[in-house]
Design a protein around this ligand. Structure first.
Ligand code: HSE
Length: 317
């Protein structure tokens, strides 16, 4: 049976940026931030090739299909479903490279969501997540789910099992997020390479308490508890070296009223939570100053956490 719809010739999908870890949930927590994201368009071809037609990006990205997460996941999917089909792929990068805002996940997810629209019987989000993980494995050397899951599901997510994939959609706090991008590159691979592979029992106990109280704060809608819980004693100290003046930035954010601040994913992007949009703007500006002292430019976005998951924006016949 032909699994592909005859009527659809091209599909364009959007996938949001994501903030992973959120200080307390290394490799398991994440949320979607749709002020920025990637677009991927898939166009049916007459042959069975997967070809990257163009990449619209301020930075140079690989055109080889195995090195780009969007094309890689489509190749894997076509192989696994034994589909005799080819696509030309257009990638529009809205998420800066090596920024810690889930760029590799967004390209893979946008491609998968577009692809799913060609199928007569679409795959579930859990199935799509399995393929997106292959992209993360390629991009960072580790199949961490905490960017692709919030990207696919939207909102605030906890991935509590990877095989099989099991996801909880957590309550979304009524807060504004500041996502600050220092203009520098840190690859997830190198930010993972510095991490110790073992932790002391006493550190495990402390960090478990932070994670548990953070989750409780989400369900209780308790901003004070959320603020107290938002502490990373495990990963953040090992990665602080990647952003000059990291602790000054953190202090500036907290002084300006942030409920907490840490790395977005593996950094160098940083997130902070604020109670109001006005406070979030002030926090963003305060966080930029210690970077300016080190001659590092930056920009930031302010938005609530997004309920919106990756989605199709255009379908052409
Ligand atoms: N959990 C991953 C890490 C996220 O911190 O390495 C990468 O964006």
């Amino acid at each position: 049976m032909n699994k592909i719809k005859d009527s659809v010739q091209q599909v364009k999908a959007f996938a949001p940026a994501t903030c992973a870890n959120i200080a307390v949930g290394f490799d398991i927590l994440g949320f979607a931030f749709d002020k920025l994201g990637d677009y991927v368009t898939l166009k049916k071809r007459d042959d069975q090739k997967i070809v990257i037609e163009s990449i619209i990006s301020e930075e140079t990205l690989p055109f080889t299909t195995q090195q780009n997460t969007a094309s890689l996941v489509i190749e894997k999917l076509c192989q696994e479903l034994s589909l005799d089909i080819g696509f030309s792929i257009v990638i529009e990068k809205g998420i800066p490279l090596c920024s810690g805002m889930g760029g590799s996940a967004a390209s893979a997810v946008a491609a998968l969501v577009a692809f799913n629209h060609f199928l007569k019987e679409p795959l579930s989000l859990h199935e799509l997540a399995r393929f997106a993980l292959m992209g993360e494995q390629q991009a960072s050397g580790a199949a961490h789910p905490d960017n692709i899951v919030p990207c696919l599901f939207g909102g605030f997510t906890l991935t509590y099992s990877q095989n099989p994939m099991k996801v909880i959609q957590l309550p979304i706090p009524k807060l504004y997020c500041v996502l600050l991008h220092p203009h520098m590159h840190v690859s997830t691979r190198s930010a993972r390479d510095v991490l110790k592979s073992e932790i002391a029992l006493k550190d495990y106990v402390k960090q478990s308490a932070h994670l548990a109280s953070f989750i409780a704060a989400l369900y209780e809608q308790d901003d004070n508890l959320l603020s107290q819980a938002l502490v990373d004693d495990l990963i953040e100290p090992q990665r602080a070296q990647f952003v000059p003046n990291f602790y000054k930035i953190k202090e500036a954010a907290l002084q300006a009223g942030a409920l907490g601040m840490s790395f977005s994913g593996s950094g160098p992007a940083l997130f902070a939570f604020a109670k109001t949009e006005q406070a979030a703007q002030a926090i963003g500006q305060a966080m930029q100053k210690p970077l300016q002292e080190k001659q590092i430019e930056s920009n930031y976005w302010v938005a609530p956490i997004s309920k919106n998951a990756a989605h199709v924006v255009f379908e052409g016949e």
